[in-house]
Structure formats: C-alpha cells, structure tokens
Design a protein around this ligand. Structure first.
Ligand code: ZN
Ligand code: ZN
Length: 145
C-alpha cells in the first residue's frame, strides 16, 4: 500500500505528463479483466486506488471512455503522444481513481494486495500465491475506508 502522507511521482513514457500521488492508497490490485488486457496489451494491469484529490497532474491526458462490466462508464487517461497509461476513472463511489502502477517512477514502491477479475485471467498469467484472489471485484468494504 501507499502509506498515509507518502508521496510517489510518476508519468508517461515520453515525459509529457507527470503526476504526484499522495497516500494513503485504498487498495493495490492486479486486475485481469478483459478491458485491462485490451487497454494495456498485457495479461493484467496493476492499479493503485486513491481518491481523485490525491493525484496532482501536470499535462493534459487524452481519454477513452467505454462501458465497464458493471454497466457504469469507465474512462482511461493516457498520454496522447506516447500512449502511456496513467489512470482510470469512472462511475465509482467516492470519486476514486485507479493509477497504473507501472507508470510510477519506482513501481516497486507499492506491492499488490489482491488479484481481481481472476475469471478473465489468461491461462499463462501467474500471480503471487499469497495474494487473496477474487473472481470479479473485491468486496466493497475493502475498497473504501
Ligand atoms: Zn507521453
Ligand atoms: Zn481491469
């Protein structure tokens, strides 16, 4: 997790967009959903849940919005130049957003706490056996505090 008051910097591949996030994180998950696979071209994406107010952005990301599996709209924010993924927002309670952990300058500063949407995981993807795994979303209690 990102501790209360902990500050992490990140940005896209080309550096046009930079951000600073401030803890605490709400959750850190590996998401295997189909949309994350398509949007990232990888088996899963690692996301850090925070409130929108905990993210300070420099630069203007491009966005793409579609309808998520839950029926709400999901907007992915990325660099329009290098296509580096930054964060995802949507119709989620408490205005929380999910920052792509791979866009952190030091991705090892965080550690995944769960695996979600395991039902969509590619047969070859592998996860830390110690992590709790959920077929779809983690129960909401763990997403808000
Ligand atoms: Zn960029
Ligand atoms: Zn996902």
């Amino acid at each position: 997790m990102v501790a209360e008051g902990q500050v992490l910097d990140g940005g896209c591949l080309c550096g046009a967009i930079r951000y600073r996030l401030t803890g605490p994180s709400l959750f850190v998950s590996q998401c295997c959903c189909k949309d994350c696979q398509k949007a990232t071209g990888t088996g899963h994406t690692t996301i850090v849940g925070i409130h929108r107010s905990q993210l300070a952005l420099e630069g203007e990301p491009a966005t793409y919005t579609n309808t998520g599996e839950s029926g709400g709209s999901v907007t992915r924010h990325f660099c329009g130049t290098c296509a580096g993924r930054l964060y995802t927002s949507g119709d989620m309670p408490g205005e929380f957003i999910m920052v792509q952990a791979g866009s952190l300058d030091d991705p090892s500063a965080i550690a995944p706490e769960s695996v979600i949407y395991l039902k969509d995981a590619a047969s070859w993807d592998r996860f830390d056996p110690a992590l709790p795994k959920y077929e779809v979303m983690q129960p909401r209690d763990n997403h808000t505090r």
